[in-house]
Every structure is written in structure tokens, then in C-alpha cells.
Ligand binder design. Structure first.
Ligand SMILES: [Zn+2]
Length: 447
């Protein structure tokens, strides 16, 4: 081995994870959801550069010009075992610079954190994955089983031009893969322990995801002059449907992962809870309680409204956009409740739908994720949880892949982390990034 090689192999993932995260944040890959953004090409080219530099030969694909994803397989010592996918998305949601304390694409380091759009969702994890992948390649390490690494476009608009497109057009990339890990899980929350009141940490491992139904309500009526009484006004019919749907109380039902989280949290904190009002218990989760509150029942939120074109003209139609999220197994029920509440003059169109996921909080991979976390943070608790949003694991599930949210971050107790997903002043502590890189390194060596 030459001294150059020695230097190269001595670079650990934690040594370059911060640099890579900053590099990625500085590449604007905003996804506006309507195709008007810069796309992921520049970020994907950066990923290609980082991988070819260490001798890898990744596959670069574009679903349409600029909408790029990068895929690469690392062969394991035992390729007969089912593979593990490790994936992230390269796009970010828009950032309104005036609202931020820093330029959202500067990747400035301030107060021990990297600031910028994507620092939390999810260029942090992309950087941990890239740093680890580079380390595997540089050291020639073969993981226990095949690993397939994917950096997808378009997650923030449902993955139609990213993970779903790759699953449709390049399913062979995931040949033999049975499990996956990705974003929005594996981060810590801190709360006072039962009895002592001492701060104690728990990591939330994401095992389930709600399903998505983005619906458009289209009210029909009779057009006419604004001065003439009209009992078939589309705007009024739409407003009535909105009021009915909004007033609906969705019944609570605790799926296994939600129940396990509530029970675990209750045990750790000594706070009892009642099925009808677990809110007092959820306070212990800090900002993460928003994610959990959305998983106690199905939800339906109106987000956009459109109708009419002139002050003195009653329009023939009016529309509203509705964002529904359903628990595993609830899709049909939710759709029939919405259709009934919409009423006979309001049509319900499905704009986008995707399934709910529910993976077991047990088995070899879960044990190994726990082991990797505990090796770096002994004594912490690990609890499952269901995500109220969705991830690219939905697309991979179409190939029979069981996905988990595992982007490990040990966070300071006072950092209100969860609200930074799509929020302002997104930032991630440097120490947390290095911690995540080490946990991921352990997991990839023991998977
Ligand atoms: Zn994300």
C-alpha cells in the first residue's frame, strides 16, 4: 500500500460528512411540484463525481431532462442473501429566503450547526450515505450482503419522476433487495425519565407510513346572473361540502406502531395516558408530536380553493383541493366517507394516491439498527413510530421491499428538530451528522 492509499483509507465517513452535506445544500435542487424548478441534475452530477472519484461506476438516469437519479450496487460477501437498499432524495422543498436568518443555500456553519434548505430533509442523510459509500469503495470493504444505494429525484412531489419512475423503468437495479432504509426516523427526542426526572433520550425508528390521497372536489351548479336568485350555486355547494368534511371527526385507531410508541413513552416517562386523550403524553416528544398526532386517526385538510371569474357571474363549477392521509388499511373507508360527505353535486377526483406502509418493529434488520444506535449512544431507548407523511419507501414497496426510516441523529435536547422538516431555519448539528455517519457505518458493517 502506498502512503497515498493509506491516507485515503484513513478518511472515515465522519471526517467528510459535514463537507458533503454543505456541498449538497449549496446546490439548489428546489422542487416546486410543477416542473419549474432547477431539477436534480446538478446534485446528481455532484453525487456521480463523489462516487466515480473513489472508483465506483454508478448508473445515472433522467426520467425527463434534468430530473436525475443515481443508483449503484455494492456487492456483499454473501450475495445469496436478500439485499438492502439505502436511499435518499436529492430534491428539497422551496425556501423563502426572507423568512430565514441565513441564506438557505449558503450551508453556513453557525452555533455548531450547518444551516440551509435540506439540512434536515434530507441532504444530511444523503451526506451520511455518500460518506459511507465512499468509505466502502476506498477501503474495498464488502458489506455482509448486497447494498443498493439510490439517490432519487422528485420525492417532494410524490416521487413520480424519481423513485416511482426508477421502479417502473429500472426495477432490475433492486433485484433481490428485500429491505430498505431512508429518511425521517432514527433521530432522538429527550424527555424527563420516570422517577428521577433526569433527561433521557429515545430514538424514533420509523416503521410505518400513512397513505396519501390528494383529492380535488369539483362542485357542479347552474351558471347565471349574479342578481338572480340561484338555488344551485356551485360555490355554495362546494362551501357546504368543505364544511361537512372539515367538521367530520375521524375515529381514533391506534395501529401497532402507534400503540407501541405510546406504551413505550408512557413507561419511560411514567406518564399514564388515556386512549381518548394521549395529548399530555405526546408533549414529551417536543416538536415531533406533530408527526405523531397525525397518526392517531385519518386526516383531511383543505389546501386550495378555486371558483368563479367575475363578481356578477355565478360560475357553473368550483373546486377545492383536499389532502387526505389514511392509516394502513383505511383507504377505502376514507374514500367512501369523503364521497358521502361531498354530497351528490360534488364530484371527488383522485389527483394522486399512494399506499400506507406498516413494517414490523422486530426482526434481524431492526435488531441491527438498534445495535448500531446503542453502540454509539448506550442506554438510549428506541421506539417505533408511524410517519404522518410519506417517503420513497412507498415506491420501493411496489417491488416487495420493506422500508424503514433510519437517518440516525443524536440531537441536543433543546433543538426543536421535527418542525424543521419543510420549515424555516433548517439546520443540523455538526456533531449529529458525525454521529449519524458512525451509526450508519456500524449498520452497514453489520447488516
Ligand atoms: Zn424528505
Amino acid at each position: 500500500m502506498t502512503s497515498n492509499d493509506a491516507r485515503a483509507t484513513s478518511v472515515a465517513p465522519e471526517d467528510e460528512v459535514v463537507r458533503i452535506c454543505q456541498d449538497l445544500i449549496r446546490i439548489d435542487s428546489t422542487n416546486y411540484g410543477d416542473g419549474s424548478g432547477p431539477g436534480e441534475r446538478k446534485a446528481a452530477e455532484y453525487v456521480m463525481g463523489q462516487l466515480t472519484e473513489v472508483g465506483l461506476d454508478p448508473l445515472y438516469v433522467e426520467s425527463e431532462p434534468g430530473r436525475a437519479s443515481v443508483l449503484v450496487r455494492v456487492e456483499g460477501r454473501d450475495s445469496s442473501r436478500p439485499g438492502l437498499a439505502v436511499h435518499g432524495h436529492l430534491d428539497v422543498v422551496p425556501a423563502n429566503a426572507e423568512d430565514w436568518q441565513v441564506d438557505p443555500f449558503s450551508a453556513e456553519v453557525r452555533d455548531g450547526c450547518v444551516w440551509g434548505r435540506g439540512a434536515v430533509d434530507m441532504k444530511d442523510m444523503d451526506a451520511m450515505v455518500l460518506a459511507n459509500l465512499r468509505h466502502l469503495a476506498r477501503t474495498g470493504t464488502r458489506p455482509p450482503r448486497d447494498l443498493v444505494f439510490a439517490f432519487f429525484a422528485d420525492e417532494e412531489a410524490g416521487g413520480v419522476k424519481g423513485s416511482h419512475w426508477v421502479v417502473d423503468h429500472h426495477p432490475e437495479v433492486f433485484e433481490g433487495v428485500s429491505e430498505a432504509i431512508s429518511e425521517v426516523g432514527g433521530y432522538s427526542v429527550t424527555f424527563p425519565a420516570k422517577g428521577t426526572g433526569e433527561p433521557t433520550r429515545a430514538y424514533l425508528l420509523q416503521t410505518a407510513e400513512k397513505g396519501i390521497a390528494w383529492l380535488r372536489l369539483r362542485a357542479h351548479g347552474r351558471a347565471g346572473h349574479g342578481s338572480v336568485p340561484n338555488g344551485e350555486n356551485a360555490v355554495v355547494r362546494l362551501a357546504q361540502a368543505i364544511a361537512r368534511i372539515d367538521a367530520h371527526v375521524w375515529p381514533r385507531e391506534y395501529i401497532a406502531s402507534v400503540r407501541a410508541l405510546l406504551d413505550g413513552l408512557s413507561e419511560l416517562t411514567g406518564t399514564p395516558y388515556d386512549d381518548r386523550s394521549p395529548e399530555e403524553l405526546l408533549v414529551h416528544l417536543g416538536g415531533a408530536r406533530g408527526f405523531v398526532q397525525g397518526t392517531l386517526q385519518d386526516t383531511a385538510n383543505f389546501t386550495m380553493l378555486d371558483g368563479g371569474y367575475k363578481h356578477n357571474v355565478i360560475p357553473q363549477g368550483a373546486t377545492a383541493s383536499l389532502d387526505c392521509r389514511f392509516l394502513p388499511g383505511h383507504e377505502d373507508d376514507l374514500m367512501s366517507v369523503i364521497r358521502e360527505l361531498a354530497g351528490e353535486h360534488v364530484e371527488v377526483e383522485v389527483v394522486h394516491r399512494d399506499i400506507a406502509l406498516d413494517a414490523p418493529f422486530e426482526g434481524a434488520l431492526v435488531d441491527r439498527m438498534k445495535r448500531a444506535l446503542l453502540a454509539e449512544d448506550p442506554g438510549a431507548a428506541i421506539l417505533p413510530y408511524c410517519l404522518s407523511g410519506g417517503t420513497d419507501n412507498k415506491a420501493l414497496s411496489r417491488l416487495g421491499v420493506t422500508g424503514y426510516g433510519f437517518a440516525p441523529l443524536r440531537l441536543p435536547a433543546d433543538l426543536d428538530f421535527a418542525p424543521m422538516f419543510h420549515g424555516i431555519d433548517e439546520r443540523v448539528p455538526l456533531d449529529s451528522l458525525r454521529f449519524g455517519a458512525r451509526v450508519l457505518q456500524r449498520l452497514l458493517a453489520d447488516c
